[in-house]
Design a protein around this ligand. Structure first.
Ligand code: ZN
Length: 268
């Protein structure tokens, strides 16, 4: 029996740029040992391996990396034009990020580009700019256990993660209060062995764009090699992805136009 139906036209791939400051994994031997090709390589492989076409609006994913050390930190207009979702990991070099590049990222997110902010990226210029707050939190490197509780089973951020929680055997502690606006969606809350709790999986909408904050990812622990965290990272990219690349910026007003629509009483 043969089918007469024509094949569906392929949908465009989800284009992801993994941005990394790339300092610790060059300067610190313990980080280098965990991530010999850089943390960005581990993140890229996680997104490629764990991307689930059944979970989103894209059949395939294309991942590139961009580093602080590159011209314009690897975030040229050409790269951003070709990016649906940007992921961001930074820690010790937030102040080395050029203000103009950070502002460009903020504007792109408002125009519809997705942004996934990872771990110590909470203090990055783009995240603070989009939140409008300090994004301060409490922290402790105590090599303690973390349990991430899933608050919203069935949310796309936890796609493919069975059970009620994820355990990270050895983690850095982040504690509340986390100085951010209340998230539009709160999906994960962490508990730490020391007793603290933290909002670890959050989603915000800004303009036409979506921002996901994902807490796990301290550089001296093998967290981006843990299967559940790799899946979370790929899921976060899917959650932040624009509905369709063609819609980016379609509904977002970068300025405040005077309405040319004449006033009429309701019902006229
Ligand atoms: Zn850390």
């Amino acid at each position: 029996m043969t089918s007469t139906s024509a094949a569906q036209p392929a949908r465009p791939p989800l284009r992801v740029t993994v941005w990394h400051e790339h300092v610790h994994d060059v300067t610190k031997d313990d980080v280098k040992a965990l991530y010999p090709d850089g943390m960005h390589a581990a993140m890229k492989s996680a997104i490629e391996a764990c991307f689930d076409p059944a979970a989103g609006r894209y059949d395939t994913v294309e991942v590139r990396t961009a580093l602080l050390e590159e011209p314009e930190h690897g975030l040229t207009d050409a790269v951003l034009d070709d990016t649906d979702v940007l992921t961001w990991w930074g820690h010790c070099a937030h102040d080395k990020v050029d203000d103009a590049v950070a502002q460009k990222v903020i504007d792109r997110v408002r125009g519809g580009m997705g942004l996934v902010v990872l771990h110590s990226g909470h203090h990055s210029k783009p995240f603070r700019g989009l939140m409008g707050t300090t994004a301060n939190l409490a922290w402790r490197v105590g090599a303690e256990k973390e349990r991430l509780w899933i608050l919203r089973p069935g949310h796309p951020l936890v796609n493919g993660l069975p059970g009620t929680h994820i355990d990270i055997p050895v983690a850095e502690m982040y504690g509340e209060p986390f100085d951010v606006p209340d998230p539009d969606e709160l999906v994960l809350v962490s508990w730490f062995e020391g007793g603290e709790v933290f909002r670890s999986g959050c989603v915000w909408h800004r303009g036409a764009g979506r921002i996901v904050f994902l807490r796990p990812g301290h550089e001296t622990y093998p967290i981006y090699h843990q299967p559940e965290i790799r899946q979370l990272l790929a899921n976060a990219v899917q959650v932040a992805a624009p509905v369709a690349a063609a819609q980016r910026g379609g509904v977002y007003r970068a300025e405040c136009p005077h309405s040319e629509v004449p006033w009429r009483a309701i019902g006229d």
